[in-house]
Design a protein around this ligand. Sequence first.
Ligand code: QAP
Ligand code: CO
Length: 171
Amino acid sequence: MAIRTILEFPDPRLRTVAEPVTVVDDEVRALLDDMFETMYDAAGIGLAATQINVHKRIVTMDLSEENDSPLVFINPEFDVMDEELHSYKEGCLSVPEFYEEVSRPQQVRIRALNKDGDAFEMVADELLAVCIQHEIDHLDGKLFVDHISTLKRNRIRTKLEKKHKFEASQR
Ligand code: QAP
Ligand code: CO
């Protein structure tokens, strides 16, 4: 198991569209272990493989306080069940320290494969609905900042670019 580096906005690699997983094998399960280790280490509730520069359609999540309820979504898809939009102040491990309101459909039906490669479906609302839509966005090369104003997005880009330059100068 290993903690992987999380890419940060505006890294262009976050714009890669991820490929579907064809077989859920031990290599995928080893990647899932690294994703959970990386997500828990960073105190995240959701991580898409895209964020660790692996362009496969894999998402890990744990919405529990105790970090004892790991969820795996391989090749996840969703249908909107309730068109009504709900706004949530979102964050992202790839956009550290920035949080903005994003509106998304409040109820979705998720279809995915589990870590054994078996298909499952679940109806999601509240935080799970927000999180799966946010993570599927990552697999499609999108970020929550794409849902806010250009002005706000550009401010965040400038601040993170400054932080990255500073971090590079300290190495
Ligand atoms: C995506 O986000 C999400 O800025 C998961 O300094 C966000 O785990 C789903 C995090 C909102 C639903 C609602 C962000 C940790 C974690 C930060 C995360 C930070 C430390 C974000
Ligand atoms: Co994110």
